[in-house]
Design a binder for this molecule. Structure first.
Ligand code: SAM
Ligand code: SF4
Ligand code: SF4
Length: 353
């Protein structure tokens, strides 16, 4: 019942007001300012409102996504950024630490947030600790992880350096979880999440803020509420049940819609698709596309149009050669963003956003 009401209210005015008071205000005052000061990062905390305002006025992005790893230990059948495809373009498994520093330096005075994940599993990077260390005093930093590789060393980087972490929790039984998260051990993932929450809850600053996402598919659709209760019981701050994208346009095995449709939930109404006579059609999305808010920088410095342009078909420039600040203001990039906002690029018709 509550799930149904939640689904109906998604992206409505009431939903936005709720989000503002429940998350945004709390996030700015408590997580960003108060807790960053407790960590000793005064400049980051105190300049945040000012930088955000300037960014908003100037139409600049809040978050920059950086692809630090293009390899993964799992093989999720509908992965939204398949590492094998991403690696073919960059030829890099892990971002070079010097390239990473150049990219970060080229963003100075611009974005306030960094998202250290795009394709692959970020915790695989052998220098994940150095990456977080170079970043944490200047940017609000987050990553997304499959939570399979959280040993004590990696856990310490997460607890000491990140402001946000998002875990993928796509099923609340061994059967459903392992059906989608191929290569993962459900019991180990639960053990890792429990260990992480224990460490986070015991930390003085109560960071990072932890979000869990649950991709709804035909194997796990009846387990959403149980997953939410379990994770909230551990202290996870936010839980989102997300519609799954079949990602037909991002596959290397050529499988089509008819072979993938079995993954779509039957009962659950959270879906990106309408069933039509010819097959499936994307519903009109109410959430705005992310191109203005969170550009993606590949491990070799190339700026991608958005998270869907895995192969860099739309050329923007390279931030190792030219500062991001300069690229963002070029007419070419502005034109690309405007066309995307009007869903005019070929890819915009098939991405689902
Ligand atoms: C590509 S993963 C990379 C991070 C990490 N390897 C993980 O799986 O959490 C980043 C995000 O993509 C989401 N994702 C993966 N497959 C998806 C799909 N078919 N539809 C929508 N989101 C998807 C995951 O839920 C996760 O939040
Ligand atoms: S764990 Fe993440 S990156 Fe790896 S295959 Fe699954 S969704 Fe893709
Ligand atoms: S609408 Fe276009 S620019 Fe926006 S996410 Fe989709 S493909 Fe990218």
């Amino acid at each position: 019942m509550i799930s149904k009401i939640r689904t109906k209210l998604r992206y409505t005015f009431i939903h936005n007001i709720f989000i503002f008071f429940r998350y945004t205000l709390h996030d700015v005052l408590v997580i960003r300012m108060y807790r960053s000061m407790l960590r000793g990062y005064y400049k980051k905390a105190l300049t945040y409102p000012f930088k955000s305002l300037v960014n908003r006025i100037k139409g600049r992005p809040k978050t920059v996504v950086i692809d630090i790893v293009s390899v993964c230990n799992l093989r999720c059948p509908l992965c939204s950024v398949p590492p094998d495809i991403a690696r073919e373009s960059t030829q890099k498994k892990h971002i070079d630490i010097d390239a990473y520093k150049k990219i970060i330096d080229s963003l100075a005075g611009f974005a306030t947030d960094l998202s250290l994940v795009y394709s692959g599993e970020p915790l695989i990077h052998p220098k994940f600790g150095d990456i977080v260390g170079y970043t944490r005093e200047r940017y609000f930093t987050n990553t997304i992880t499959n939570a399979t590789l959280m040993d004590d060393r990696r856990l310490s980087y997460i607890i000491d350096g990140l402001d946000y972490v998002q875990i993928s929790y796509d099923g609340h039984s061994k059967k459903s979880f392992e059906a989608y998260r191929i290569g993962a051990d459900f019991d180990k993932v639960k053990e890792n999440i429990e260990k992480m929450m224990k460490a986070r809850n015991a930390s003085k600053v109560k960071l990072p803020l932890v979000t869990a996402t649950f991709l709804i598919n035909s194997f796990n659709e009846t387990e959403v509420d149980a997953a939410r209760s379990y994770l909230k019981g551990l202290g996870v701050d936010r839980f989102f049940a997300k519609p799954i994208n079949l990602n037909v346009h991002r596959r290397s095995d050529g499988k089509g819609e008819e072979e993938l449709v079995e993954w779509l939930p039957i009962e659950n109404e959270v879906t990106l698709y309408d069933k039509i006579d010819e097959g499936l059609a994307f519903k009109d999305q109410k959430a705005p596309c992310s191109i203005w808010r969170s550009p993606v920088i590949r491990g070799d410095g190339e700026v991608l149009m958005c998270c869907h342009d895995l192969n860099n078909t739309v050329k923007i420039g390279n931030v190792i050669k030219e500062p991001f600040t300069r690229l963002w203001d070029t007419e070419g990039y502005l034109d690309i963003r405007n066309k995307a906002a009007a869903r005019q690029h070929a890819m915009c018709k098939i991405c689902g956003k």
